[in-house]
Design a protein around this ligand. Structure first.
Ligand SMILES: [Zn+2]
Length: 397
């Protein structure tokens, strides 16, 4: 091989390698209205109201499209009503089935690039009240359709029904790392029947919770400021002394959590991780094994004090009910600790363990931290108040 041939191959492989090594700039989402008008007619008929006119159908489509794009504003999703070709996520409104919608899977980190989320439009007669003015019927129907559409797409991008409880303002109140949310989870897109979501809440515009926001930044190709995947270190880290350190990445926006980390590993005996925290911080820790992997295990989480031996919080199985988390109910064998309050600055330790130490399997680890930041009071305030307040404590930037 002479020099010019070598050179040619080197340039060629560089050109080929570049697109493969960088994430797609944007994920296309095909909003497929095929069959929508037919199913809308079935819903109107079931609700005992007149069929929607062509103009009304157009209004509903516009409302739904605007709500979906609003839910995902700030993320790198390109919603289109024509087939974009190539790999794309789909939201389809013309299929029939049981309930309000169906996703392909909980595709955590968006590994699959061709998921379909189905909205069963014909079943949305539940949100059309014949006594309501037409404008209210259209508004409530539009909002509920859009909520289900974004919910099913959310599953295909990796979100779960536990995510709406991930609200940074709550703080763990028991040693199981749980808290009571009341009904707060139901103002979020990933809420569903068993989280207590009712008809009125489905007819109200919902948003993604703080935890959903973090996880969308972990979904491949979805965030302009992604939280990149960390791998478990090859060497053993089965004690606090050998713990793998988690550096944490700043969460750009769409969440009240300030920093986060996502790691993928394999359990074959306890894995220790360390994280540096400040007084007033709160930390959320989730193991995803049974919910996403075939080769899974029954995980167990411990959060240790800075001495590496005192267990502050621990959890075996994640509990979810209609009023809170890790306070009763059932969800999965995965372990999770929610918004643990940190009293003193220092290096803390996380242990991913199993209910049975002979178990083994794949897991992903999600960590999200809300920082309590000290922010100087504006000098104008000092002048106005006449008080020498040096610092104000505020959460978030
Ligand atoms: Zn769901």
């Amino acid at each position: 091989m002479n020099f010019s041939t070598r050179c040619f191959w080197a340039v060629t492989s560089l050109l080929v390698a570049l697109p493969a090594s960088s994430a797609p700039a944007q994920i296309n989402v095909f909003v497929d209205w095929g069959g929508f008008e037919l199913r809308l007619g079935e819903a109107a008929s079931a609700a005992g109201v007149a069929s929607f006119s062509a103009a009304e159908v157009t209004t509903i489509k516009t409302n739904v499209f605007n709500d979906i794009t609003s839910h995902y504003s700030g993320f790198s999703l390109n919603f289109t009503e024509t087939n974009p070709g190539g790999d794309y996520e789909t939201i389809v409104f013309g299929l029939t089935g049981t309930g309000y919608g169906l996703a392909d899977s909980i595709d955590f980190r968006n590994q699959l690039k061709t998921g379909t989320g189905r909205v069963f439009t014909a079943n949305f007669d539940d949100f059309i009240e014949s006594a309501d003015p037409r404008s209210v019927q259209i508004a409530e129907l539009s909002t509920s359709l859009a909520g289900t559409a974004s919910h099913e797409l959310g599953h295909n991008l990796g979100l779960q029904h536990l995510d709406p409880y991930g609200i940074a303002s709550f703080t763990a109140t028991n040693s199981n790392g749980g808290y009571i949310t009341g009904t707060a989870q139901n103002s979020h897109v990933m809420a569903t029947g068993f989280t207590g979501l009712n008809e009125a809440q489905r007819e109200t515009f919902r948003t993604f919770s703080d935890l959903s926001g973090v996880k969308l930044h972990m979904a491949d190709g979805v965030s302009p400021n992604p939280i990149s995947l960390t791998s478990e270190q090859a060497g053993s880290h089965s004690s606090a002394g050998t713990a793998q350190h988690l550096g944490l990445t700043t969460v750009a926006f769409a969440s009240e959590y300030d920093e986060a980390e996502v790691l993928t590993g394999y359990y074959r005996g306890s894995d220790f991780y360390s994280v540096d925290l400040e007084a007033g911080d709160k930390i959320l820790i989730e193991v995803l094994s049974s919910i996403i992997y075939d080769d899974d295990f029954d995980s167990y989480l411990r959060f240790y004090d800075t001495d590496g031996t005192t267990v502050l919080y621990e959890n075996d199985d994640l509990e979810v009910n209609s009023t809170g988390v890790n306070n009763g109910g059932s969800y999965s064998m995965d372990a999770m600790l929610w918004n643990l309050p940190v009293k003193n600055a220092g290096r803390y330790f996380i242990e991913v363990d199993a209910f049975s130490s002979s178990d083994s399997g794949n897991y992903d680890l999600v960590v999200a931290v809300e920082r309590l930041r000290a922010i100087p009071e504006p000098s104008a305030m000092l002048l106005l108040s006449g008080l020498a307040i040096g610092l104000g404590l505020r959460r978030r930037r």
